[in-house]
Ligand binder design. Sequence first.
Ligand code: KG4
Ligand code: ZN
Length: 362
Amino acid sequence: MEGAWQARYGRIMLMLGIETSCDETAAAIVGDQGQGLARIRANLVFSQLAEHRPYGGIVPEIAARAHLDRLDGLIARALAEAKVDFADLDGVAATGGPGLIGGVIVGVMEAKAIALARKLPFIAVNHLEGHALSARLGDAVAFPFLLLLVSGGHCQLLAVEGVGRYRRLGTTLDDAAGEAFDKGAKLLGLGYPGGPAIERAAREGDASRLALPRPLKGRAGCDFSFAGLKTALREKVEAETAIDDRFRAAAAASLQAAIGDCLLDRTGHALDLFRERYPEGRSLVVAGGVAANQVLRARLADLAAREGFAFIAPPQYLCTDNAAMIAWAGIERLKLGLSDTLDFAPRPRWPLDPEAKAGARA
Ligand code: KG4
Ligand code: ZN
């Protein structure tokens, strides 16, 4: 397989990646020399946090306009940093969904325009596939592997059989894990994004102080539910008379422990299922923004070790939204001869496993 694409694309396959599906405008240049030798030549992320802060959440129209303002300049900087030109590229990959449709359209149109002008293949990447394959950007993780995909918009357990081949084992019935962090942080006045704020505050906190529920823990299956956790935390906060830093730290630690317990319990069930269906599978991968959490990474590493699985988590900067993972997914697809035509329509919803029952997200 390696030989086939190298005969066509030369020694190095060089991909421009574009990510605009939420509130980060991102452009990256990634090269692949084969044999798992990928190199990130540039990886620029422009966070729109400041633009959205006055509104207390992401405003889709503002996000789309900010992507439009920033994207050209970001791509030019990425090319300059990588010391390459459009002429050196072998393809252009952009997130084609799921996400906020205005932003996705901006990225997809930009990628199509470059592809058309430069006669390059265009690859529309499913954002979730970008997260799913991000582990293979740094490690030569073999298929199949079990993936815990935990971000602000998604919370799923998937058997990854290959590029474009996913079987969903579980999904969230309500909120995503990242949302549970974000909503908890908001309740505690810790700011956005909530995950890093909770993790920081939790370091000094007593995780046993607030008795929070563990929704679905111990129940059959691999689905998640986090809405009850948020409600329980709100009740504790409302009942507290002195909300000081000590309380905030304890609440953050209790929330992080509860989310972690749920994630571990469901992942444990998924490992059993995965082992049965894919006896040759050996790896547990975690990806998505929540995978940046060090406490969770350590707990998942323990679980994997106990179960005899290798544990792989991408470096933190590849866990949260970025374009290197989109460029990489583009490379993986193009190597298999997969690209898209210029009439590709951006998709606000785009489940990785089309056969899975409709979940709350994706
Ligand atoms: O993957 P991502 O950047 O965007 C989506 O595709 O949603 O994930 C963002 C989510 C946010 O909910 C954020 O609070 C969470 O990832 N997150 C974390 C941490 N860093 C980011 N959650 C827990 N601990 C962290 N250190
Ligand atoms: Zn994401």
